[in-house]
Write a protein that binds this ligand. Structure first.
Ligand SMILES: Nc1ncnc2c1ncn2[C@@H]1O[C@H](COP(=O)(O)OP(=O)(O)OP(=O)(O)O)[C@@H](O)[C@H]1O
Ligand SMILES: [Mg+2]
Length: 160
């Protein structure tokens, strides 16, 4: 069954698991991301939320590296290009919608191919996008705790 993914706010009743970690440096966030990436089985959609500069791209460096798709230093923010693509044991798309204004869907962004085959799709600023997918979703929310500490909440949502 396909369903509309609420990319902000509403949490579907299909939510199956959540956990929370606190990191104390960007290196620790990358390491946690690597652990997440190692454990991922495509297809999966990762929605990364949190304010400017909280560490979404930093966590993505670890996730992409854990998937064996690129070295962490080669993962940079796709702010201007909208999407970066990496290929390892999984195909990985890293999307940053920060510069997008208003609401869009994949077609108006030219991103309709993202879900055409199994991949890991990582989206920063996902509240700017409305999309339909039957892929499993991992929601990750980051918050500042102090200058170098971040709270990272992970919530797995089973697909319909
Ligand atoms: N514990 C931490 N985890 C992650 N980043 C940290 C941490 N402590 C400090 N930082 C710093 O915070 C910044 C995070 O930047 P990053 O680009 O990852 O944020 P972002 O959420 O992707 O921002 P944007 O919304 O602009 O895309 C980096 O400069 C990083 O070094
Ligand atoms: Mg970023």
């Amino acid at each position: 069954m396909r369903f509309l993914v609420p990319t902000s706010g509403f949490i579907p009743s299909a939510a199956v698991a959540s956990r929370e970690i606190v990191t104390h440096s960007s290196d620790e966030t990358i390491e946690r991301g690597r652990e997440i990436g190692t454990s991922l089985e495509p297809p999966v959609l990762i929605l990364l939320s949190g304010e400017l500069g909280v560490g979404k791209t930093t966590l993505t460096k670890g996730i992409v590296s854990g998937l064996g798709a690129a070295r962490e230093e080669d993962v940079t923010s796709p702010t201007f290009t909208l999407v970066h693509k990496y290929q390892g044991r999984a195909r990985v798309y890293h999307v940053d919608l920060y510069r997008i204004s208003g609401f869009h869907d994949l077609e108006t962004l030219g991103l309709e191919d993202l879900f055409s085959e199994d991949a890991v799709v990582i989206v920063e600023w996902p509240d700017r996008l409305t999309l339909r997918t039957d892929w499993p979703i991992l929601r990750i929310g980051l918050e500042h705790v102090s200058e170098d500490a971040r709270r990272i909440r992970l919530e797995t949502v089973a697909s319909g």
